[in-house]
Each structure stands twice: as C-alpha cells, then as structure tokens.
Design a protein around this ligand. Sequence first.
Ligand code: PLP
Length: 368
Amino acid sequence: MIKARRSVREIKEYVAGKNVEEVAASYGIDERSIVKLASNENCLGPSPMAVEAIREAARDAHVYPSVDAIELRQAIADRYSMPLGTVVCGAGMDGVLETLLRAYLESGDETIIPLPAFSYYEIVTRFCGATPVFCERRSDFSLDVDAVLEKVTGKTKFIFITSPNNPTGNITSIEDIRAVAEAVEAIVFVDEAYIDFAEDAKSALDLAREFDNVVVGRTMSKAWGLAGMRIGFGFIPEPAFKEYMKVATPFALSRISIAAALAALGDEDHYRRSVSTVRGERRFLTGHLPFKIFPSDANFLLMDTSPLTSGHVVSECMKRGIILRDCASFRGMGDRYVRITIGTHDQNLRLIDALKAIRETAVRGTEE
Ligand SMILES: Cc1ncc(COP(=O)(O)O)c(C=O)c1O
C-alpha cells in the first residue's frame, strides 16, 4: 500500500466533540433526551428562513452552483462594508483556513500558535509540510504579545490569534492584535468565529482594512446557526485574493449552502435572538455552575473541574445524557478542563443539576 506523505502521517487526528448517536448507542439512552453541549453550535437551531431556502434550493440540486459563491460573497461584502475583492468563502472557516494556508505555506515555513488553541491550525500547518511553533498564553489565557514576537523568525508565515479564543472563551484586545501586526511581516490570521457573542469587543476588521498582513476569518456555524451547511468566510488582503482563488476548490460551497447563507443573513431577528440568548444564558450559567468558570465572550464556557478530572466529569455527564467537551485533547491543556456550549435555559438547568450531583457524589466519596 502506498504511504501518505510523511507530513500527513505525523499529524495527530482531529478530535471532534462526541455526537448524539454515539452517546445514545454507548449508554443506551434515547437520542431525543440527549443534550449536546460539546461543539459550540447554535442552541436555537437554524433560521426558519434558511430552512425554507434549503428546501427551495434542493429543487435545483442537479445544477452546479456559482463557481466562487459570488452572490454570497457580495452579500457578505455589503454587510461588513468590505470590498468584494477581499471576501472569500469556503466549506466552513476550516475550508478558508485550508485554502489560504495551502496557497502560502511551503515546507520549511513556520506558523505561530499561542496555546491553548483550536487544533485545526496545527493540522493544516503540518499537512502543508510547515512547522507549527507554539507559545503560551498567560495564566489568565490572555495573549502574551512578547511571547508571540519572541517566536518570530525569517520563516514565520502565519500567526494565529483567536478572539474570542477556543477553548478558553476570552477576547484578545485590538491593541494586542495591532501590536503583533505592526511588528511582523507574517500574515496575522484573526479567527473571529465567536466574535458575534462578545459584549463590547471590537472586531479586527478595521485592522484588516488598515494592514496588508491581517486576515479575519468568520463562520456561519455559530451565531448564524448553519454549522451543518459548512459555510465560512474570510477577509483577506486584495493581493492575496488572486492566489487564494487559484487553489480554492471550484464550487466549494454547494447551491444549497449558498441559499441557506443568503437567507440566514436576511434573518436579522434570528441572529439577534441567538446572540442575546447566549449572552443572557452565559451570565446565568456562570453564576450557577458548581466549578470554577473563566470569563467568556463566546457561546461556551471553560470550566476547571478540580479536584475532579475532566474525563470523570465528562463521562458522568454522558451517563446522564449530557455531552460536554473534554479539553484533554487540546495541546497542553492537561486533564482538568471541560468546555461547555451554552444551551437553552432548560438545557442549562439540566446541566447545573447534573454537575451539582456529580460534585456532591465525589465529595461524599472522599469523606467516607
Ligand atoms: C476557533 C474556531 N475557528 C474555526 C472553527 C471552524 O468553524 P467552521 O465550522 O466554520 O469550519 C471553529 C469551529 O468550532 C472554531 O472553534
């Protein structure tokens, strides 16, 4: 059997959150009673207008979509007041990341990834034959600009800044992002998958307008409720656009995804309700969970499960039909952190009860 490229063989597989079907089968639980709070999806579901548009678009499923999703790119350009020639789309932000890095990274290049981080940056870096260089965020998970800049070499092509960060939930200040962008030639990829949920955070879009080395990545998987449709977009410098398009998969977005995205963008009410539900429930959950919670501007919370291990808490929750994300699979996170997607009020109440019971049982166990 012919072997895959060495750089691919060395990649650790991406670990996704557990899905409902797996948990139902493993624990013998009815799928309908399972609550999935593991993948930072939209707890209100998709916009009804998007669902209708999907139905409608399905009639033309036999016809190729536009090669470069021009109608969606134009709608995004209008919404964010960015030139059309800077807007790219892909199969999720994952698709945008993959295409951009494929266009720019060569073997021997380096990318800088402040930890803890979303693991796909490392995977794409490696499959492009480049080397991920890690630095640590501070103990409160804020970005340590000096630590980032210390890692910059002549080989650095990308620096990833996620704001709000996954899995920690905290925002990175525009001043810190600016300090990095000003100091380097490398492309600063600002991942704003969760920015819609932030209370008063400023987007790095202004920096993308000002600097020719700042890229902003966005997704319709979170606040827009379309994770299953795989729609991501990004704002890249105009000179990069031509290069991006050369390596982009033609027809990367399906006709149905494009229709869903356009309809979702037209449903401002659903978007606002999604954001305000997350903000309200985030305050509620933060005040009621029986473990340490870190401040979050995203649609999830990071929880320190000490004195219990994250594995114990996640598996006890799973037995009760609640799926959470064990952060042990995130590089450098250890075994004390769990990431919790903010759910509906009822889901959150169920989670609070389950976690209280798990904590009390464990405390009683140590007292006996
Ligand atoms: C920080 C971050 N960036 C990017 C993505 C990818 O999102 P998409 O669903 O658009 O591929 C995710 C997904 O959870 C994420 O957490």
